[in-house]
Design a protein around this ligand. Structure first.
Ligand SMILES: *Cc1c(COP(=O)(O)O)cnc(C)c1O
Length: 417
């Protein structure tokens, strides 16, 4: 469905900027057109039937439009994959992936360091009869020990939100390949710019486009990309009707048909266009975010009113070396910061002038959130204590502002605390 991704010899930025044009546009347009049509008419009834039966083309836009297909081609190229399916949100992409590829009685190995909403989604899967084992994905042995005869999939995040634990991505990837397990990686916090998923042998890569890829805080979206490394002919959960043609396409065809056509979490053309434009500057924003975050983390670590900073770029982070190797000395934009006891956290936050008190990440603007009272509120004080989450803990998503404005803002707010 949609466009073939044209792979070229150009670098990441050049390739991204010219991808729409190279797919072919009218009038010399530099973007693929924004198609709001819900349905696509045919001159020839045989052609209509052929597209329904699997030929590339468009029928009803719940399964995609030329605009969403252009975005899919763009992200596929970034991930060095073979194809992608877009969704209305990152959660819709995750739901489609997990719910169309797993069945009752299957076993899933998942990292215990996961985005809260993903963790909650795994609970729904469990209610429907999919067994789940949560493991310490920073440790390959722990992942391997969880394998059962009915294990179908291993699921991890590259850099975990919000704890910043970094899974043993290469180790798990190699092992999954050796034993033939489907390896699904949520790469939202690293983005394809820090590393394409096939570098660590992911089978499928999921990105929330709402975060770094879109980058401007004005659009939600999600994407599932197939790296082409997994042999779908070995996967028992592909429905008979999708077991035809090139085996490389089987996984995404099932995800598109069941996850998009049937479940319906479709990305609109308008939003796809906005995300595509945002994605053009991903490398520039990501470099700036990573250097800002490292500088801010070092600054805060040295501040007497800061108790602890968790950031993979700091030498004391348990996966510092691994992250440096995986992502070329870049460590992402997310950190966890614990203020010294006795500081009234709400008053402190209210003094910030540049940081926005908001729950999001990967935005151009720096954002800060008190985690115990917000994203971890639902689990209660006891569970928070078990997980080592304190009331004075902040999650910071670093943006692209001047670094001096960020450090000055924190300093002035801390000085009065
Ligand atoms: C935000 C996020 C998601 C969900 O993405 P949405 O686009 O907000 O639905 C999934 N995984 C991770 C790691 C995230 O940070």
């Amino acid at each position: 469905m949609g466009f073939e991704t044209i792979m070229d010899e150009n670098g990441f930025i050049t390739s991204t900027l010219h991808s729409d044009r190279r797919l072919g546009t009218q009038h010399g347009a530099i973007h693929q057109p924004l198609h709001p049509s819900t349905e696509f008419g045919f001159q020839d009834a045989r052609e209509l039937a052929a597209v329904f039966q699997g030929k590339a083309g468009f029928t009803y836009s719940r399964q995609g439009t030329p605009t969403t297909a252009a975005l899919e081609a763009k992200i596929t190229r970034m991930e060095k994959g073979v194809g992608s399916v877009s969704f209305a949100t990152g959660m819709a992409a995750l739901t489609a992936t997990l719910f169309t590829l797993l069945r009752q009685g299957d076993h899933l190995i998942a990292s215990k360091y996961l985005f809260g909403n993903t963790n909650s989604l795994l609970g729904t899967l469990r209610d429907l009869g999919v067994q789940t084992t949560l493991v310490d994905a920073t440790d390959l042995a722990d992942v391997q020990a969880a394998r059962q005869p009915n294990t179908r999939m291993v699921f991890v995040e590259t850099i975990a939100n919000p704890g910043t634990q970094v899974a043993d991505l290469n180790g798990v990837g190699q092992w999954c390949q050796d034993v033939g397990l489907l390896y699904v990686v949520d790469a939202t916090l690293s983005s394809p710019y820090l590393s394409p998923g096939r570098e660590f042998k992911a089978s499928l890569v999921v990105n929330s486009l709402s975060k770094h890829i879109g980058g401007h805080g004005n659009a939600l979206g999600g994407m599932v990309t197939d790296t082409g490394l997994f042999d779908w002919s070995t996967y028992p959960n592909i429905a008979e009707v999708y077991r035809n043609g090139n085996t490389q396409n089987w996984g995404l065809v099932q995800i598109r048909k069941k996850g998009l056509r049937d479940m319906g979490g479709t990305l609109s053309s308008d939003v796809a266009h906005r995300l595509a434009v945002g994605s053009e500057t991903l490398p520039l924003r990501m470099e700036r975010i990573c250097s800002n975050a490292l500088a801010l983390a070092r600054h805060l670590q040295a501040h007497p009113k800061v108790k602890r900073v968790q950031y993979p770029g700091l030498e004391d982070h348990p996966q510092h070396e691994r992250t440096a190797q995986l992502f070329g000395q870049r460590f992402g934009g997310l950190m966890s910061v614990v203020l010294e006891e006795g500081i009234e956290i709400f008053d402190f936050l209210n003094r910030l002038k540049v940081f926005i008190l908001a729950t999001h990440l990967g935005d151009n603007r720096s954002l800060v959130l008190p985690v115990a009272h917000t994203i971890y509120h639902e689990m209660g004080a006891q569970q928070r204590a078990l997980m080592g989450i304190s009331d004075n803990q902040l999650r910071i998503s670093v943006g692209i502002e001047e670094i001096s404005d960020l450090t000055t803002d924190f300093d002035q707010a801390l000085a009065q605390s």
